[in-house]
Design a protein around this ligand. Structure first.
Ligand SMILES: COc1nc(N)nc2c1ncn2[C@H]1C[C@H](O)[C@@H](COP(=O)(O)OP(=O)(O)OP(=O)(O)O)O1
Length: 170
């Protein structure tokens, strides 16, 4: 069994707008997304989320609210991605482009789903409405979702996080 890859994903939002970043390199390149990345050894998940937000957007969030847990399986890969999703509506600092991300505000009614990961259109409504959620998505390649489930949850701390792919890895 391979340990899950632990990642964060944070969104800065107001009642009408959301800040997204255009990924300029690496995993998810060419897509708009929230700000996040790997949890480093010795970091808490919350600490990693704040660090990644600051590195990729220039913004400092004193408080991040955990709003979801997403599991991503890529057919043939024995390692699951375990992504902890956060939001904040309180931040300090100046929005700054990094070598990894180009941040830009979008009106909530014009989120560019066609230029984002295909799973986002499923769980964004939960995130935008502050409804805690748990999702599991199985991808074949980088676009096609071959399985998904999405649940509203009362307590994210009680979510049972899978440790291996649903599909046998040959
Ligand atoms: C598969 O579907 C996904 N959808 C969405 N919306 N976001 C995803 C998906 N898969 C991964 N992500 C997120 C999780 C992270 O926030 C980033 C990936 O992080 P990255 O690999 O760039 O991590 P870093 O630590 O920043 O990487 P470097 O060490 O290369 O800087 O995407």
């Amino acid at each position: 069994m391979v340990a899950n890859k632990l990642l964060t994903l944070a969104f800065v939002k107001t009642p009408t707008n959301i800040l997204l970043g255009y990924k300029k390199r690496g995993f998810g390149m060419g897509r708009w997304n929230g700000f996040g990345g790997k949890v480093e050894v010795g970091e808490t998940i919350d600490g990693a989320a704040k660090r990644e937000l600051m590195e990729e957007s220039g913004l400092v969030a004193n408080t991040l609210h955990k709003i979801g847990i997403l599991m991503f399986e890529f057919v043939g890969d024995p390692q699951l991605m375990e992504v902890h999703v956060f939001t904040t509506n309180e931040w300090k600092g100046t929005i700054t482009e990094s070598d990894e991300m180009r941040p830009e505000w979008f009106p909530i009614e014009s989120i560019p789903y066609k230029k984002m990961w295909t799973d986002d259109q499923f769980w964004f409504p939960y995130m935008l409405n502050a409804r805690p959620f748990y999702g599991y998505f199985t991808f074949e390649g980088m676009h096609k979702i071959v399985y998904h489930r999405l649940d509203s949850v009362n307590d994210l701390g009680l979510v049972e996080i899978p440790q291996q792919p649903r599909q046998p890895v040959i």
